[in-house]
Structure formats: structure tokens, C-alpha cells
Ligand binder design. Sequence first.
Ligand code: AMP
Length: 343
Amino acid sequence: MTKPVILTGLRANNDLTLGNYFGGMLPIIDMAKTRSGDYQINMFIPDLHSFTTPIDHSALYEQILQTAKLFVAAGLPIEDENIHLYRQSYVPAHSELTWILDCFTGVGQMSRMTQFKDKSTGKDDVSVGLFNYPVLMAADILLYSATYVPVGDDQTQHLEFTRDIAERMNTRFGELFVVPEPVKKQHEFFGNDQGLRVMDLADPTKKMSKSARSEKGVIFLSDDPALAAKKVMSATTDDKAFVAYDPLEQPGISNLLQISALLAGDTLEATIERNAGQTRYGEFKAEVAKHVSDFLTSFQANLADVNEADILQKLEQSEMKMNNQANKTLYKVQQAVGLRPKA
Ligand code: AMP
């Protein structure tokens, strides 16, 4: 019996923040580790998706490898045979199926995609690739008969599109595709715990983000640990002089408690209790700063230790297996639309 497939794209870049690490990478890695016995885990680097908007192509190839390295440094177990790590463009069936699905997709339906509208409004260099990318996403999912795909709010409509095109093709040509579970079921399966937000240190009412106007409040995984510690020491707090968890009244202190809990691998409750009533913000910050700099030192050492040859070997092994799986689905579709002889 084949195992049900969980599929997720590893989007990363070279300036990941502490927020990306705890809110994006670790949940994916934990999911892969805990589900890998019962499921086939497809983790792919969506390299064809990476230039739907203009990028620096001279850096792309290295960035793709760097993405894999960052995930391995963060604990992705590449020795696990149930976890497949592959680059989308190394499985040509993605592009081939996209073209076929394109020809069964209405321009009207694509034009209603809110993400396209958001990203294209007011711009004059909008590519057909940006318009078309939900179809590529549908191909990414359908080629492997994936049932579970973690989707954020911005991807909800694209998952619905995937289900729609799969159902329409199945109705017209017979059972070609496994239809992925609807969004509600995805949330039930993966858990609705989307609540974690690491906030900007300088403006703790905003999410920590690489696109913040100033880098003072943002900790990057590539930051020099001493510099990151300084950023924590100058984090914005309040004048209450009393450590307590109260995101509305004391957003800065609450954020530092959250960061401290995450880095120490403690629950937020235990961290709050341990620090409750502390009146010297300087001491509290120094403790958090030490956690941050220790974490960065260790993460950066892990990253430097990641063996590129091991990663390339894993990618190549997975890509061979994924080409086999994807080509089977593609062939069924090619037969159905008349490009290959019927069985
Ligand atoms: P982005 O870089 O905003 O596209 O986010 C990539 C992933 O990182 C998503 O899963 C986000 O939810 C997560 N993420 C980004 N910033 C933060 C943050 N400040 N706190 C928690 N999660 C975050």
C-alpha cells in the first residue's frame, strides 16, 4: 500500500529572520519528523516559482542549495527515506503538466486570484508566470497525489483551484488525479496553531520581518551573535519596570518572554513564571540576549558543518524517485488528452 502524501514547498532565502525560523521552518521540520512513519513527505524547493517576479538570476542556483542547507542545519533529517527533498525544476513533469492544465484553465478564473491582483496592481512589468503560477502549484500537488498540503491564508484560493481543476479533469477524462483535502481539513490535520508571531524588537507592535524599514529590531539568522545581542539589549520596552506577559500593555517585554521561551525550548507559561516580578529590565534583557547569541552561534556552526555533497546526494536520490512517481501521473494525463496511445 502506498502511503498518503504530505507535500510542502520549502520557501527560503538568504536573509531569514528569527521569526521565519520559529514560525516557518521549525513547524515544517517538526511536521516532517512526526508524520514521516505514516506518510510520504514531499519537501520540494519551488525553484520555478522563484522568478514569477524579477530576481537576480546570478544568485539563484546558490540560493536553491542554501535553502536546502538551512533546513538541514535547522534539523531536517535527510537520512529519513520517507522524506523526499527535491528541486521542482529537476522533475520536468511539473512544467509539462502545467502546460496541459493551462489549456483547461479559463483566463477568467485565473484573473480572479486575489494574490495575483495584489501582486500585479499598479505594476507594469507583470509576467505571465505570475498570472499562471497557481496552475504550476496545482501540478506540484497533483503529480504526487498529495492529500495534505499546509496552506497559509494567501494560498487558500490556490488550493481550491487545485481541487477544482482536478475534479474537472476527473469528470471529463476519468480518474486521473487524487483531489487534495479541502482547506478546512488541511487546518484540522496540521493544527490551527498559526498564532506564533515573533515581533520586531524596535517596534514590538509589528511582526519581525526582513522587509522592516530598519534592521535594528530584526534578528537575522546570519547576524553576528554579538550584534544580535546588542539588538536585544536595545529592544523597546516600557516604563512599568515589572516583567509580565501582557502583549497589549507590554508588547516589548512580552515579545522578549516569547523569544526567551522559544530559544530555551521552554513553555511560555514556565518562562513567564520564572521571570514574573523581575524589576530590572537590563538583567532580563541580558539573559535573553545570551540565549539569542548562543542560539545563533550554534545555528551558524551547524550551517557551516552541513556537507554540501550529502545534500546533493539526497537531492539526486529524491529527484530520481520523484521523476518516477511524477512521470506515472503525467503519462496517464498524456494518454487521457490524446498525446500518448491508450493502454
Ligand atoms: P515570509 O518571510 O513573511 O514569507 O514568511 C515565511 C514563513 O515564516 C511563514 O510561515 C510565516 O508565518 C513565518 N514568519 C515570518 N515572519 C514571522 C514572525 N515574525 N513570527 C512568526 N512567524 C513568522
